[in-house]
Design a protein around this ligand. Sequence first.
Ligand code: UDP
Ligand code: MG
Length: 318
Amino acid sequence: MGKPLITFLLPAYNEGENINELYEQLTSETKNLCYSFEFLFIDDGSTDDTLEKIKHLTYYAENVSYVSFSRNFGKEAAMYAGLEHARGEAVIIMDTDLQHPPQLISSLIKGHEEGYHQVIAKRNRKGESRFSQFLTGSFYQMMNKWSAVNLQDGEGDFRLLSRKAVDALLKLSEGNRFSKGLYSWIGLSQATVTYENVIRNKGESKWKMSSLITYALDGMLSFNTKPLRLCCYLGLFTILISFLYILITFVSIVWNGVDVPGYFTTISAVLFLGGVQLFCLGIIGEYIGRIYNETKKRPHYIIDESNAMRADLEVRTI
Ligand code: UDP
Ligand code: MG
């Protein structure tokens, strides 16, 4: 009987400068472990030499495989493709920018051997700017307050998933994916390994402010319908306030007569109500947009080229 197989799921978008070093570090970290390994790169439509670098590895290492997208579909789609193509009895998801230290692999595998279905690498936020610490801190606070899943700061995609966890994640095939929430949603036993934050040394982060906001919105809207309820409360509150306002003004007019026509107050009431209505419409719109996207049932990604086969389509010869 051969050694059990573990898959490294490696999403890469313009990481040409990092591929070789990552591969070297991974092979040296894993060479003494009693497993066989598969290195599954997902090239997310890179415009640099990422794909060439990966292909070059496949020439002399037969356990390197890749899926290359026709354009940039985002890390969530890349991870989904990776889960679909992974053949291992466990899958380790890792960034390809060396921010996820390969030295943790043996601890992750140890957790797997102890029977945990998710072994999570949790980082502290050392070296990050105060502002980004504040932003992420408030995001997690809000997320946990407002949604049905519980997320922990510092726990990202860097983790080992058992086959059972991978199959569970594959069953959740929604288009607007928010993996951090999905990991929590599927449940199953979890263990945590902590590590120091690593600053990216080559290439640059692909997160822009706008994509961070979309990500936060996806996170909040994918896991609950509370914002819709917030709309109702806000609407009710405004109706109450304006009702009081009308009552008071009416009584004062009956008592004192009209003095100055209430131009300012009228305008402010209209503006206020208009604002609330727009706000509520916006929230509803966000949900409708998501429903619209889901009804299209588009694939998560389009493959341009690949040397890997989807795990569920493979003819198993055991
Ligand atoms: N990534 C990807 N597709 C994208 C953006 C990022 O596959 O559209 C990959 C990227 O190559 C890296 C990982 O996702 O391996 C994390 O990206 P990044 O380092 O930009 O995020 P950060 O570490 O800043 O959160
Ligand atoms: Mg990074």
